[in-house]
Design a protein around this ligand. Structure first.
Ligand code: HEM
Length: 373
């Protein structure tokens, strides 16, 4: 898979088979002029259409312009293929705060997430007026894409925070092998997959009746940067680790069953009469049957931001989930996890984001968020 189509009904980078690398960036809009924001989105769309097809960000490129001007591409991706690059844009609630006359267009589903027990959110790593998710199979390609969008946005947006990720922690296609997270477990086994067309319609894409009209064919993204207490985890017994998730570490099978894709049997009991998958095991708490049928398309990445100066790895999961309505899908699942999951002893949520992901760009005459303006 080299280049992924940019134009389509939905934005790429959601039901696209998850690439190996992430560069996620949240931006604040610093111009107060709606026309400048609108122009930026058009320029970003044109650059994204080019970069996702393996071309340079601007038409002159890194070395083809006049020597007196800064190049319209920064150059570090010269000679590299498209590497499956997708660029996916999102709009945060703060974009609809009235500065741009968009207050009346804010989707109800974009209202703030509630505070969850244990949240230790850092405001400077949370929120954002705009986000761009760059995914690619080459980290240099993902970094190049965000860097060039930031360069184009100079004076109109400023980068609020960004996150590099590697080793996709979810498979979003049945053709992909399930990768592992930094706790060493297969992650993404029971995920919404692009082959599940009917389920994607029901659980992923915003329908006409959900409103507002400009969001039809879009979806919502929740991001949570979840730091792992890696050293504590590494001193935990294998049996305890497996009990926490309710799956075995080698195969990834639900406890009591043999194969990764066996359906968990939550009623099955061990010789001591206790359920093999405990009442507070992660997969039981997160399972649709415990959450009124709620499903997510998880598309997160491992991160390691070096070490923290205290001898510990600064590492964890940059969790991302896409869903049709975050308040009916992500929220109940995270409420159950925040309250009861034994995993909480080993993790800390340090950032949070919620973004409306508009539908795809139809063709070269269309642009990201056109229906908004
Ligand atoms: C399942 C790890 C946080 C939702 C799983 C599985 C693992 C895992 C190993 C089993 C394999 C699979 O089906 O993918 C983790 C880790 C987390 C984390 C290490 C934090 C660092 C979350 C959060 C949510 C979530 C914040 C959503 C609020 C789910 C769901 C499933 C799942 C929906 C599938 C349950 C099922 O249907 O069987 N997770 N997870 N996870 N997780 Fe997490």
């Amino acid at each position: 898979l080299d280049s992924v189509a940019f134009y389509g009904e939905h934005q790429a980078g959601i039901a696209t088979p998850a690439q190996d690398r992430l560069h996620f960036a949240a931006f604040d809009v610093i111009t107060t002029k709606r026309s400048e924001l609108d122009a930026l989105l058009q320029e970003w769309t044109a650059a994204a259409a080019r970069m996702t097809q393996g071309q340079e960000a601007g038409t002159f490129g890194a070395v083809g312009g006049v020597p007196e001007a800064p190049p319209d591409d920064t150059g570090e991706a010269l000679g590299l293929p498209a590497s499956g690059l997708t660029l996916t844009i999102g709009f945060g609630a703060s974009l609809f705060d009235g500065r741009f006359g968009l207050a009346g267009r804010k989707p109800a589903a974009l209202r703030d997430l509630p505070r969850f027990p244990g949240d230790a959110l850092l405001p400077e790593l949370s929120g954002g007026d705009l986000c761009v998710q760059a995914c690619a199979n080459d980290p240099q390609v993902a970094v190049h894409a965000i860097r060039n969008l930031a360069r184009i946005g100079f004076g109109r947006v400023s980068a609020r925070y960004s996150q590099l990720g590697f080793g996709r922690t979810s498979s979003t296609s049945r053709a992909q092998a399930t990768p592992r997270n930094l706790m060493g477990f297969k992650d993404g086994t029971a995920n919404l997959k692009l082959e599940d067309t009917a389920m994607l319609r029901d659980h992923l894409w915003v329908a006409e009746k959900d409103g507002p009209a400009w969001m039809r064919g879009g979806t919502y993204l929740v991001t949570r940067k979840i730091r792992m207490h890696i050293e504590t985890w590494d001193r935990t017994s294998l049996a305890e680790q497996e009990a926490i998730f309710g799956r075995d570490k080698g195969e990834g099978a639900p406890l009591g069953l043999a194969k990764e894709f066996d359906e968990p049997d939550f009623a099955k009991k061990g010789p001591d009469g206790a359920p093999l998958i405990g009442e507070v095991a992660h997969v039981r708490l997160a399972h649709p049957s415990s959450n009124g049928g709620a499903r997510l398309l998880r598309r997160g990445y491992n991160y390691v931001d070096g070490s923290d100066g205290l001898g510990r790895l600064d590492a964890g999961l940059f969790f991302m989930s896409y869903q049709r309505d975050p308040h009916r899908q992500f929220v109940p699942v995270q409420r159950a996890l925040a309250k009861n999951d034994v995993l909480n002893e080993y993790i800390k949520h340090i950032s949070s984001g919620l973004f409306a992901i508009p539908p795809g760009v139809r063709d070269a005459g269309d642009y990201w968020g056109r229906a908004l303006f």
